[in-house]
Design a protein around this ligand. Structure first.
Ligand code: NDP
Ligand SMILES: O=C(O)C1=N[C@H](C(=O)O)C[C@H](O)C1
Length: 267
């Protein structure tokens, strides 16, 4: 029998972190070794699971006292991800990164880190969005003259816009049409922006209530319209995908991996 994968959850007090902790604690593939939260966060020092016992795993602020680990799963903030990346790089630990809304400098740091450690990133760890992305690539290439708009809706606590998933969908569609998102993206319209530029890819973001995450790729042609929609209703879909990725990534050689690598291994 192989020993369980030594796992840390970064952002453990967040919406995603709480779901990940619940799933990971009951998952025999893993030994949960650290639950990292922001400095000054409410649960620092409290036992994970709420039961006081000698030797109980406790929420920690930062990585200074982290035990030996095989993989870190991060759903936190850009600053939280940067701190986790520092720790993973200096200790040779694999990193599964789900945090979105990164700036260009952190994107580049992650790319460079993949030369030294195994890094798997995805803006969306659900199976449905993986399939939506493939369908959109096909549709965008098959309907080259149609206007493409990407619409997303999320809860009222989300900090970044457009969502990481919306951007990834836009990037996939642009590549399928032989161009780039940088060349085609239109992120805002107000006042009198004028007629739509052919080939552009528009984005619209809705924020409200407790919407878990919805994405529509709308392709509009003359006299007809195609809409591809994914609706998440439970964060467990992302957490299950991220844990599958962690189990697959632990022990791999340095490199930049994607969720498709994991899904192809399962196929
Ligand atoms: N890729 C995917 O499939 C998905 C990605 N996401 C992304 O994951 C991220 C988190 O989402 P969500 O859980 O909803 O957000 P939350 O705001 O609920 O959680 C983020 C958590 O990170 C913690 N945090 C802040 N700073 C640090 C730090 N330096 N080190 C460790 N933890 C820190 C916060 O703790 P505190 O505020 O208490 O300090 C907070 O609890 C977002 O970027 C979101 O877009 C979300 C769902 C799916
Ligand atoms: O912040 C969220 O909640 C989510 N973020 C991800 C994104 O930005 O695409 C994935 C999912 O839609 C939920």
């Amino acid at each position: 029998m192989t020993s369980p994968i030594r796992l840390a959850i970064n952002g453990a007090s967040g919406r995603m972190g709480r779901v990940l902790l619940d799933l990971a604690r009951g998952d025999a593939r893993f030994a949960l070794r650290a639950a990292v939260v922001g400095a000054g966060a409410e649960p620092v020092g409290a036992p994970v699971g709420g039961v006081e016992a000698p030797g109980a795993l406790r929420y920690s602020a930062g990585w200074a006292e982290a035990p030996p680990l095989d993989v870190v799963v991060d759903f936190s903030t850009p600053a939280g991800l940067a701190a986790a990346l520092d720790h993973c790089e200096s200790h040779g630990i694999a990193l599964v990164a789900g945090t979105t809304g990164l700036d260009a400098a952190l994107e580049q740091r992650l790319q460079r880190a993949a030369g030294r450690i195994a890094v798997l990133r995805s803006a969306n760890f659900s199976l449905g969005v993986a399939v939506l992305t493939r369908l959109l690539r096909q549709a965008a290439a098959a309907l080259p003259g149609w206007d493409l708009e990407i619409l997303e809706a999320h809860h009222n606590r989300k900090e970044d816009a457009p969502s990481g998933t919306a951007l990834a969908l836009g990037r996939a569609a642009a590549a399928a049409r032989g161009t780039t998102l940088e060349a085609e993206a239109v992120y805002a319209r107000e006042g009198r922006p004028g007629a739509r530029r052919a080939g552009s890819i528009g984005f619209a973001a809705v924020r409200g209530g407790d919407i878990v995450g919805e994405h529509t790729a709308l392709l509009a042609g003359p006299g007809e319209r195609l809409e591809l929609t994914h609706r998440a209703t439970d964060r467990a879909i992302f957490a299950r995908g991220a844990l599958a990725a962690a189990a697959w990534l632990a022990g791999r050689a340095a490199g930049a991996y994607t969720l498709d690598d994991v899904l192809m291994a399962d196929a």
